[in-house]
Design a protein around this ligand. Structure first.
Ligand code: AMP
Length: 635
């Protein structure tokens, strides 16, 4: 029987390599795009979700089209994050393992540039890169792109969201005009359309799945709770799903840290992933998650980009993303490689409108779900334990020696009594915790959250939905080496407003969001008219008015040649590990302490002892947290 990949036109060397990876049949996106891309004569736009087999969809045709006898860069793949960069490079190395003289290099920030330069000097045909580091290398005149025939822009929407528009322009301007450009994106906002228009000639367009559709394997649910009950709701969802293996998304680094710290304190096997962690810390967190030594990864959107971990059972939107499009990326962390997954939103009653917006974009309906009662959770946990007992492997050699003594201990008890006592051992702890547990469900017309700013609630919660504040966009951020404190000072000094008038500050890469009291907005706008930063006009606008993602200088026609240096961000990029400002966030990063042990591999409930649920008992053994000590220096 002919291998289905051979039928698509893939050569034996590559077919054998993907067979070894367990690819038996092409995924739908591979089936559709491989024959088109193999022609090598078209620009291409593929609207495709993550986790659908996209990498092989462009990687396999590239391997067929490149002349491996020539040791010069012929394909350049740009992607938003270091994680994705490594993943793509790795995948292509695997696909090309039987292809003689195939050389792939991964070029990304946060790693030794000398090593990358050496690999380039030794001769490569495929360069996989994040934009910041790529520009750095181009600026050093260390790479020659005159032989590039194919450029792949992977996760184009994410690259634009992260403010890489100009960098991409600059990089592409160093490649030949007659190259072919292949663009992949999970969503198709106008900015991506514009790129397609600017860089491509009559691209072949393929939509894999419904336009903008969420992955078909994902169910979408939302729970309505009062803001102060969010954390309790999160715990209840986790407790009701003893086998959960989830990514929990928060909007800000601070929330991420906050939620992770509370969960750890409450005995859950969780950790946080956000841009203030050093690359080393992030790698460690990711490794633990990948190895399933951690059940709950609490992450910001930026930090979680490119996470490719299979078998994630749930994505939990602890807060909804600002940009609806990000929801597609978040939920795409589950339901990968043909598996099913559940994407959950914990919202307050005022956010149901946003759910409807998301439904329109993903073309799928959400189910309004009810949080389980305390009793439901107890029952679920009890039977999860019973199933575990039923399935546990008995080490006869070791246990047999104790059996006579154990039997003696239970001599007075019937089998039923033993079972009852055994089950109660753990069940009681849950009953204790959940006896009198309140109903956390709020109705859609519940307005109980009004004016709760600063409410500390059960989890010390933060409520960001305050109509007294206006959310503003400002075109400076962490790439300008701002910390939240710096930005607060910058806005207050220049805008001549009091720090008390400032609410939440959401520091992003090339831009930020800042909440200020409504009655200070006019003064702020007036005072900011002529403010410059590093010779650049500072733009401040109401966030709804701002271009999504804050891409300054839209259109991006600029095709700057290199050598001049000028104001180019060196090794720019944000969050994805390209370069971060040295943190300086008031919170220490990574200080959550890594709980040792937990239920490594078991996937079951993290800590049945209940010791830290009520914080009565000892805290269990913890590895000392790394307290942010490894945070990278400012560059
Ligand atoms: P990607 O969208 O490229 O990140 O791929 C998502 C996951 O699906 C990765 O773990 C791939 O190894 C896997 N994958 C890609 N193509 C296939 C295939 N044809 N058969 C089985 N698994 C695949």
């Amino acid at each position: 029987m002919i291998n289905p990949f051979s039928k698509l036109g893939i050569s034996d060397d590559v077919v054998n390599a993907v067979k070894e990876l367990g690819f038996e049949n092409p995924t739908p996106i591979q089936e559709q795009s491989i024959p088109v891309l193999l022609e090598g004569s078209n620009d291409f736009v593929g609207l495709a979700q993550t986790g659908t087999g996209k990498t092989a969809a462009f990687g396999l045709p590239l391997l067929e089209l490149i002349d491996f006898k020539v040791n010069k860069p012929q394909a350049l793949i740009l992607c938003p994050t270091r994680e994705l960069c490594l993943q793509i490079a790795n995948d292509i190395k695997n696909f090309s393992k039987n292809t003689p003289n195939a050389h792939v290099v991964a070029v990304y920030g946060g790693a030794n540039i000398m090593q990358q330069l050496r690999e380039i000097r030794n001769g490569v045909q495929i360069v996989v890169a994040t934009p910041g580091r790529m520009l750095d290398i181009i600026g050093r005149k260390a790479i020659d792109f005159s032989n590039v025939k194919y450029v792949v822009l992977d996760e184009a929407d994410e690259m634009l969201n992260m403010g890489f528009q100009e960098d991409i322009n600059d990089i592409l301007s160093t490649t030949p005009d007659d190259k072919k450009t292949w663009l992949f994106s999970a969503t198709m906002p106008p900015e991506v359309r514009r790129i397609a228009r600017n860089y491509m000639e009559n691209p072949v367009e393929l939509t894999m799945g419904t336009k903008n559709a969420g992955n078909v394997n994902i169910e979408h649910e939302y729970y309505i709770v009062r803001a102060r009950d969010k954390y309790a709701a999160l715990k209840r969802i986790v407790d009701f799903n003893p086998e959960i293996f989830a990514v929990v998304f928060c909007k800000t680094k601070m929330d991420t840290q906050d939620v992770a710290e509370h969960l750890i304190k409450d005995g859950y096997n969780a950790d946080s992933l956000h841009g203030d962690l050093s690359q080393q810390q992030r790698d460690k967190v990711m490794q633990r998650f990948r190895d399933r030594n951690m059940q709950l990864l609490i992450a910001t959107d930026v930090a979680a980009r490119g996470i490719d971990v299979n078998n994630v059972t749930h994505v939990i939107n602890y807060s909804l993303p600002d940009e609806i499009e990000s929801y597609t990326h978040r939920s795409g962390r589950t339901g990968r490689a043909g598996k099913t997954g559940i994407s959950i939103c914990i919202i307050n009653s005022k956010e149901t409108g946003k759910i409807r917006q998301i439904e329109r974009i993903i073309g799928k309906q959400f189910t309004k779900a009810e949080l389980p009662t305390g009793f439901d959770v107890c029952e679920k946990q009890l039977f999860s334990l019973i199933h575990k007992v039923h399935n546990v492997e008995v080490n006869t050699d070791q246990i047999d020696q104790y059996i006579p003594r154990i039997m003696d201990e239970f001599a007075e008890l019937s089998k039923e009594d033993v079972i009852k006592k055994f089950a109660s051992l753990e069940f009681n702890r849950f009953l204790d915790y959940y006896s009198n547990a309140p109903d956390l469900n709020a109705s859609a017309d519940d307005r109980g959250d009004r004016g709760e700013r600063g409410d500390r609630g059960e989890r010390g919660g933060r409520n960001f939905d305050n109509s007294n504040y206006t959310r503003l966009f400002i075109n400076v951020g962490s790439v300008d080496e701002f910390t939240r404190g710096d930005l607060l000072g910058f806005v207050c000094n220049n805008g001549k407003i009091s720090g008390k008038a400032v609410g939440k500050i959401d520091l992003k890469g090339v831009f930020s969001f800042i909440e200020v009291e409504n009655d200070t907005v006019d003064a702020l706008f007036t005072n900011f008219k002529d403010v410059k930063f590093n010779g650049r006009d500072v733009r401040i606008e109401k966030s709804g008015d701002a271009p999504v993602g804050g891409r300054g200088g839209e259109g991006g026609e600029r095709r700057r040649s290199f050598g001049g240096g000028g104001e180019r961000r060196s090794g720019g990029g944000y969050g994805g590990g390209e370069r971060r400002s040295g943190g300086g966030d008031r919170r220490s990063s990574g200080g959550s302490g890594r709980r040792e042990g937990g239920n490594a591999g078991g996937g079951g409930f993290r800590d049945f002892s209940g010791r830290s649920r009520d914080d009565k008992g000892g805290s269990g053994r913890r590895e000392g947290g790394n307290g942010g000590g490894e945070r990278r220096r400012r560059s």
